[in-house]
Ligand binder design. Structure first.
Ligand SMILES: [Zn+2]
Length: 268
């Protein structure tokens, strides 16, 4: 339960009982002040309470326009064999994550970057540089599991909600959420010159969910360790999704190693 006070202290409101429009109106007028850590949604996948005030249809729409923009700006990598492999691994991972019924799209982009991204509408972008690093399907499954983990973890909805609430609270009346905010919240900040990466906590959660999914899909979770080592030793530019929020990659590897061993999937 989280507390929400009117400025005058007139009433306490349980925001989980408000619909999104009322909540935004309350924020804009200053009658609702959000307290950090407020939870409106219990994520069945993680058991974690989340603050989410955006609905899925709205996010799916935003995903679609962001996706179209990225596809216009970034050349595709036309490699039929690579495309087949990406989709084969991707399908197995989304099935294992229980999301086989949702629509997914897997696209290879012609860029040296060792990077990948996902939009909440199920669009997955995978860069050639990362593809070429993935010498094993288990490595690809590590990446794809992580990306699917951002979707099931509802990380974009969470980040977007926080952003909307902050903007609304700051700007008081008549706030229009800008396209830049939407793009940033979708993790595409780099493309539009703003950066709002997933938090460390979200990255760590996506790592663990990803390992679970790859294991359930029949891939070897132990391979996540050499994969992240290879990413670490790669050098070059620091891609926004995987490295910018992780100044200490050893920490990520250590966490994964502990989890894998705890699950009895090791020793690693
Ligand atoms: Zn991530």
């Amino acid at each position: 339960m989280c507390e929400h006070h009117g400025e005058s202290g007139a009433k306490l409101i349980d925001v989980s009982k408000l619909d999104r429009r009322d909540l935004l109106r309350g924020l804009a007028s200053g009658t609702i002040v959000l307290v950090a850590g407020c939870e409106t949604y219990q994520n069945p996948e993680t058991g974690r309470g989340q603050f989410i005030i955006v609905d899925e249809a709205q996010l799916a729409q935003a995903s679609l326009s962001a996706w179209q923009q990225v596809r216009q700006q970034t050349p595709a990598w036309n490699n039929a064999a690579a495309q087949r492999r990406l989709e084969a691994v991707g399908r197995r991972v989304v099935q294992a994550a229980g999301r086989g019924n949702q629509s997914w799209e897997f696209v290879l982009f012609d860029s040296n970057e060792r990077n990948a991204f996902v939009l909440p509408g199920g669009q997955v972008g995978f860069y050639r540089g990362l593809y070429q690093l993935c010498e094993r399907d288990d490595w690809m499954a590590t990446v794809l599991g992580h990306e699917v983990g951002h979707v099931t973890g509802r990380h974009t909805a969470e980040r977007y909600s926080r952003e909307v609430a902050t903007q609304t609270a700051l700007q008081v009346a008549g706030t229009q959420i800008s396209n830049r905010t939407v793009m940033a919240a979708l993790g595409l900040g780099a493309q539009v010159g703003v950066s709002l990466p997933f938090s460390r906590e979200q990255e760590a959660e996506a790592d663990i969910l990803g390992i679970r999914y790859m294991h359930a899909a029949g891939y070897d979770p132990k391979e996540a360790i050499p994969f992240w080592r290879a990413m670490e030793s790669g050098g070059g530019s620091r891609p926004p999704e995987f490295l910018s929020t992780h100044p200490d990659p050893d920490n990520r590897i250590e966490r994964l190693r502990n989890y894998i061993n705890q699950q009895g999937w090791g020793p690693v």
